[in-house]
Design a protein around this ligand. Structure first.
Ligand code: ZN
Length: 292
């Protein structure tokens, strides 16, 4: 499942080519992927111009000039592929052959045709992803969006706010609390492990046991790790198009995630270990991240 930085990378990649485009047609090949009545889709989306691309956590938002927006959630196997009239492609999401193949193919669920001749394909092999049509003023009321905390890199995720969230969960281990999207949105399993390693905190430390200095360190680490994820995501984005099955570049730079059995980047003599915290695979350096 893409995390906040991956969706932000897709947003940035599509933004330049899509803002200003007018939708000519919407072709829904799998009705359950588009959570809106068909007549409404045609009436509202066809003829509308795209004015902005936004994001809330893992939800990509395409804002139209008529007061409506399209919300995309890619889930496990969703991908967006913009095929320009001259054949150039921008693709993001779960990397598969479809990113390079002739489209539509078996995984294509929705096709947006633009006046320019460009086309946007929403492909989703396992069909867990979706597109929704909502009034732009009501995006924040959408059940999925309404429960989200502030974005990691927004002003809303201040140190004071973070401390107040940890205070609400004093007896809970830190990792599930920072993974909880109502605390802060956009941190998934990879970035949680990476942030905790950078902050030198064991994922099972209880929120209430953290000193002010440790909370400050974790706050800075989360922001740094997410910013670096977005930066490297930018690379993986183009590698999806150029290299078949190219995976996220960020993992090549990961500190601990999926590096069990390898040396800690800080302690060459210590091996990264893996265990479960709140049901999630968790990677730590036992020397950097001590429980007591
Ligand atoms: Zn270490």
């Amino acid at each position: 499942m893409p995390e906040g930085p991956e969706v932000e990378t897709i947003r940035r990649g599509l933004e330049a080519s899509m803002v200003g485009q007018t939708v000519l047609s919407v072709n829904v090949l799998w009705e359950k992927s588009f959570l809106a009545p068909m007549d409404l889709i045609t009436k509202i989306v066809a003829g509308a111009r795209i004015v902005h691309l936004g994001r809330r956590a893992k939800v990509l938002i395409i804002e139209l000039n008529n007061g409506y927006s399209l919300l995309f959630h890619l889930k496990m196997t969703g991908q967006l592929v913009l095929v320009k009239l001259d054949g150039e492609r921008f693709a993001g999401g779960h990397p598969t052959q479809s990113m390079r193949d002739v489209l539509p193919d078996r995984s294509t669920k929705v096709i947006f045709g633009f006046e320019s001749g460009d086309r946007l394909f929403f492909n989703d092999f396992r069909k867990f992803g979706w597109v929704k049509l909502v009034e732009t003023d009501e995006i924040e009321l959408d059940p999925l969006v309404a429960r989200l905390g502030p974005e990691v890199l927004s002003a809303g995720f201040s140190l004071a706010f973070f401390q107040s969230q940890l205070d609400r969960h004093k007896r809970a281990p830190i990792k599930p609390v920072i993974l909880d999207q109502s605390t802060v949105s956009g941190i998934g399993n990879i970035y949680a492990d990476e942030s905790l390693h950078l902050a030198k905190l064991h994922p099972q430390r209880l929120c209430g046991s953290l000193t002010a200095a440790e909370v400050r360190r974790l706050h800075v680490s989360i922001r740094d790790i997410i910013a670096s994820g977005i930066e490297h995501g930018g690379t993986s984005f183009s590698s999806y198009v150029n290299a078949l099955g190219g995976k996220g570049d960020y993992l090549e730079h990961a500190r601990v995630f999926r590096r069990e059995g390898q040396a800690c980047p800080v302690h060459p003599d210590t091996m990264i270990g893996k265990f479960k915290v709140a049901g999630r695979g968790t990677h730590i350096c036992p020397k950097c991240q001590r429980l007591a």
